[in-house]
Design a protein. Structure first.
Ligand SMILES: Nc1nc2c(ncn2[C@@H]2O[C@H](COP(=O)(O)OP(=O)(O)OP(=O)(O)O)[C@@H](O)[C@H]2O)c(=O)[nH]1
Ligand SMILES: [Mg+2]
Length: 457
């Protein structure tokens, strides 16, 4: 364990008025400061809540009546001595206590993510678990929460550490072979080690070929609404968001900037984007809006092409260019009309010449007609895109990069017959995987990872 340094403190619960606020201290002075606040000489029993007045040790002013818990290191979140003060969540109470703490010797305000960083440095968790905690705090939907909890609990870390351990074992074999060459064995890596390396490499490759499920679940499934001006795109966005997020008007070219709303569809996070109506425009601002809409659509997980009923079955050429198998066609403004003439699917070709059969849904953004079927279909698509059974998927580009690089090294190591070269490649692969969990010198990485946290975590 790293010898602890300064004692840090911060508000660990959310800012603003609340019933209770939690202020956390971590470091060698935590216990002594708690005693000073409680006006007692004997350390409280670890892990037992005490309810008592807390006072400013200098002025003896009673700041609040609080619940205090002392965690003696290493049995604490950070591995150091930790104190949690549960005070009343009023602004003046919190400020009073924080101000009092800042005047105590050897205490300073924690940096963003510093508690979790200390937990990592003291061996309480690996980096993927630390990232899992950050994701859990940011989770907005049930599916995000489930993924984050699994990662926090160490599923990803265990998977990666398992690969690393197997590679290290293979490496030891190769090195033994180099150091003590057996006359009877052929040159190069012994076949059994070869098989082990190949097996790990195959597992890494399968893990990478996950269609970015884990990353997309963190980011949200991107759905972009497209179509000609006045088709009713903004009206549809408002209907789905159940609020007036975008301006609706009968003037063609109303929307120019992209408007995003975040939705929870069956527990999955969705970012729904309304865009500028697609058309050639002499107006520079509108053209820029169209350019951005097209770019956003190209990167979307799903596109909703909205067509005014009176235009159907003609599809605007600008929209047609963006149609592929990740597209739904919505015929809008079917209010109070008989929509039985509208077919359930559309057959056509994508811009690269592939035959497509896409679902067609009649809707009315104005009356809400057809919304239930649309929502059902959207939910199915989102689930197909993000849901997963089986091992927890990788969740960050950082993991992906390291695994891709590890796999490249293994590919190379498997091709060579020279044991020394293979050993070096396996060593590099081990190092790459170690970077993900933090089992190598990762000092430079730590600032990046923990910088994403906010203070008090
Ligand atoms: N009758 C009827 N009118 C609709 C419906 N949806 C939208 N409208 C009307 O169509 C007009 C255009 O709607 P918008 O939602 O602003 O259309 P848009 O596609 O966002 O248009 P731009 O932002 O200009 O590209 C408005 O006058 C809406 O009230 C619908 O389902 N039925
Ligand atoms: Mg609009």
């Amino acid at each position: 364990m790293i010898a602890s340094r300064e004692t840090i403190f911060a508000l660990s619960s959310g800012a603003g008025r609340a019933g209770v606020a939690v202020i956390r201290l971590s470091g060698p002075r935590s216990g002594a400061v708690l005693c000073a606040l409680l006006g007692r000489d004997i350390m409280p029993k670890p892990r037992h809540a005490i309810y008592a007045p807390i006072r400013d040790p200098q002025s003896n002013e009673r700041l609040d009546d609080a619940v205090a818990i002392y965690f003696e290191g290493p049995a604490s979140f950070t591995g150091e001595d930790v104190v949690e003060l549960h005070v009343h969540g009023g602004r003046a109470v919190i400020e009073g206590v924080l101000d009092c703490l800042s005047r105590q010797d050897g205490l300073r305000v924690a940096d963003p993510g510093e508690y979790t960083r200390r937990a990592f440095e003291n061996g309480k968790m690996d980096l993927t678990s630390a990232e899992g905690i950050a994701d859990l705090i940011d989770a907005e939907t049930a599916a995000q929460r489930r993924q984050a909890v699994r990662q926090m609990a160490g599923e990803l870390g265990t998977l990666y550490e398992g690969w690393r351990a197997r590679l290290m074992k293979a490496l030891a074999h190769i090195e033994a072979d180099i150091d003590f060459p057996d006359e009877d064995l052929p040159d190069g890596i012994v076949p059994v080690v070869h098989g082990d390396l190949r097996a790990v490499n195959d597992e890494v490759k399968r893990h990478l070929a996950d269609n970015r499920r884990g990353e997309r679940l963190r980011e949200g499934f991107q759905i972009v609404i497209l179509g000609a001006p006045n088709a009713g795109k903004s009206s549809l966005l408002n209907r789905l968001a159940q609020r007036d997020a975008a301006i609706v008007s009968e003037i063609a070219g109303t929307t120019r900037d992209m408007i995003e709303v975040h939705l929870d569809l069956g527990g999955f996070p969705v970012t729904m984007v309304d865009t500028a109506g697609l058309r050639e425009s002499g107006d520079v601002i509108e053209s820029e809006g169209v350019r951005r809409a097209t770019e956003r659509a190209e990167n979307a997980d799903l596109r909703l092409v909205v067509i005014d009923r009176s235009d159907w079955p003609k599809i605007d050429p600008e929209a047609a260019r963006l149609i592929d198998d990740k597209t739904l066609i919505l015929i809008n403004k079917v209010d109070a009309t008989d929509s039985s003439a509208i077919p359930a699917s559309w057959q056509g070709t994508s811009v690269d010449g592939r035959a497509l059969e896409l679902p067609v849904l009649p809707i009315s953004a104005m009356t809400g007609q057809g919304m239930e079927s649309l929502l059902q279909l959207l939910e199915t698509r989102v689930k197909e895109g993000l849901d997963f059974a089986g091992p927890v998927p990788l969740t960050r580009l950082r993991h992906r990069r390291a695994l891709e690089s590890a796999s490249d090294h293994l590919d190379r190591g498997l091709q060579t017959d020279i044991a020394e070269l293979a050993a070096e490649d396996v060593r590099l692969a081990v190092r790459e995987i170690g970077k993900i969990t933090g089992r190598v010198d990762v000092e430079d990485l730590l600032d990046i990872i923990f910088g994403d946290f906010c203070i008090g975590k």
